[in-house]
Design a protein around this ligand. Structure first.
Ligand code: SF4
Length: 441
């Protein structure tokens, strides 16, 4: 009989990929049960420590696991500070940092000696926490930047890219298991290969350079949809746009820009300037008019004046981004920005967030209108009777909008269909099923 292991997975898609690796290794070691099961012999909490809200959620999950279970292992970003966790929760069985699947499995083995040994059947791509038709593909770990509000480089270390052959082999396994959309993720996707000095690697008898353009080109031959997340607007990103035009990558970029004031970007120690970003966006749209741009911003960073904030609003007006997320700044234990002068009052942060989101809602609503009256190839996520929830090429799962499709009886999740769009609001589209597409790109 194998030991039962429960897992609570918190945080971003990058942490979810770590959870998938832990579950895959546990299953190969004979631990055949997972999920937040009440009768688990051992509970694992994969934590997130990005902002205070995420840390609070992680602490609540650890406390809840300790309330209901004797054996609790903590892993993930919060686990990077093992001493702090151990002194706060002396009953923890083990603490590991992020990307430590092997150490977690060792801790589970130590906690349930002699209980493993059941061969668990799973596909070659391992265990996934996403629906079968899409999958996250992590191409590197860590980050070489030192943004003043972020402790990820401290927790996850410097950039370490995976050799291109390894990434492509994983992509093939995911597609063989049913993935039709690959979501490329990293802390800093645009920096892929820098640490390897773009070294060549073998894949299926060919020598390929470990750089982003080669990687995306090859991924585009493997999967129907390839979506790029966490892309910083470095000059090399320009070279990805032709791949979007050729249908090798989706015309979509998730670029976390964080602010529009050059002074604030400097204080944030961000690797970009707002003027150059606007020029770059214009260039991308000239080359690929259908490109969809998603970004996130922080308001209320220490020292942010009303003039800085208005500069951010002006930036958004000019950039006309499709999708925008906005966070209010909060201190993160260990981040340089905690000591910066000029903390902003909570009420001011919230007012700025509301103003920004109101402005962006109007921009997003206007941008979505361009779909009305067109036919779009969409990927179905759910079907409920006559209605399906699907996504266009411009919508990433979980974070962007959806298309509500009428006339969807007999369709299934994971199918590509064509929808005639007949309505739009601030975030979502509405339409009617037309038929199956002849070709997906
Ligand atoms: S680029 Fe900045 S915000 Fe992103 S992970 Fe690196 S240090 Fe953190």
């Amino acid at each position: 009989m194998s030991g039962k292991v429960g897992l609570v997975s918190l945080g971003c898609p990058k942490a979810m990929v770590d959870s998938e690796a832990i579950l895959t290794q546990l299953a190969s070691a004979g631990y055949a049960s997972w999920g937040a099961v009440a009768d688990a012999d051992v509970m694992i909490v994969n934590t997130c420590g990005f902002i205070d809200l995420a840390r609070d959620e992680s602490h609540a999950a650890i406390a809840a696991a300790l309330d209901s279970h004797d054996k609790v292992i903590v892993t993930g970003c919060l686990g990077a500070d093992a001493d702090a966790l151990r002194s706060r929760y002396p009953r923890l069985l083990a603490v590991t940092g992020p990307q430590a699947a092997a150490a977690v499995v060792d801790a589970v083995r130590a906690a349930t000696p002699g209980e493993a040994g059941v061969e668990y059947l799973m596909g070659p791509a391992g265990i996934k926490l996403t629906p079968p038709h899409y999958a996250y593909l992590k191409i590197s770990e860590g980050c070489n930047h030192r943004c003043s509000f972020c402790i990820i480089p401290k927790m996850r270390g410097k950039l370490r890219s995976r050799p291109i052959g390894e990434v492509l082999s994983e992509a093939e396994r995911l597609v063989d298991q049913g993935a039709r959309e690959l979501l490329v993720i990293a802390q800093d996707t645009s920096a892929y290969g820098v640490d390897l000095k773009y070294a060549e690697d073998r894949h299926r008898g060919r020598s390929l350079a470990s750089n982003l353009v080669t990687l995306v080109t090859e991924l585009g031959k493997i999967a129907e949809w390839v979506r790029l997340h966490y892309v910083y607007p470095y000059p090399n990103v320009d070279d990805l746009i032709p791949l979007m035009v050729q249908g090798l990558a989706l015309p979509y970029l998730d670029i976390p820009l964080q602010h529009g004031s050059p002074r604030l970007l400097k204080a944030m120690r961000r690797p970009q300037s707002s003027d150059k970003t606007l020029q770059r966006i214009e260039k991308w749209r000239d080359a690929c008019p259908e490109i969809v741009l998603r970004s996130t911003f922080i308001v209320g960073f220490p020292g942010e004046t009303q003039a800085d904030f208005e500069m951010l609003l002006a930036f958004l007006e000019e950039a006309q981004l499709d999708r925008v997320g906005c966070f209010t700044y909060s201190d993160v234990e260990g981040a340089a920005a905690n000591d910066f002068a000029g903390p902003i009052e909570e009420s001011v942060k919230l007012d700025r967030q509301e103003t920004l989101l109101e402005l962006q809602a109007a921009i997003s609503a206007r941008r979505l209108q361009r779909y009305v009256g067109t036919s779009q190839a969409v990927l179905i996520d759910h079907v409920d009777g006559d209605r399906a929830t699907a996504r266009t090429r411009g919508d990433a799962p979980e974070i962007d909008g959806t298309v509500t499709v009428r006339g969807a009886r007999r369709l299934r999740p994971g199918e590509f269909i064509v929808v005639k769009i007949d309505g739009a609001d601030e975030h979502d589209l509405f339409g009617r099923y037309v038929g199956k597409p002849l070709k997906i790109d």
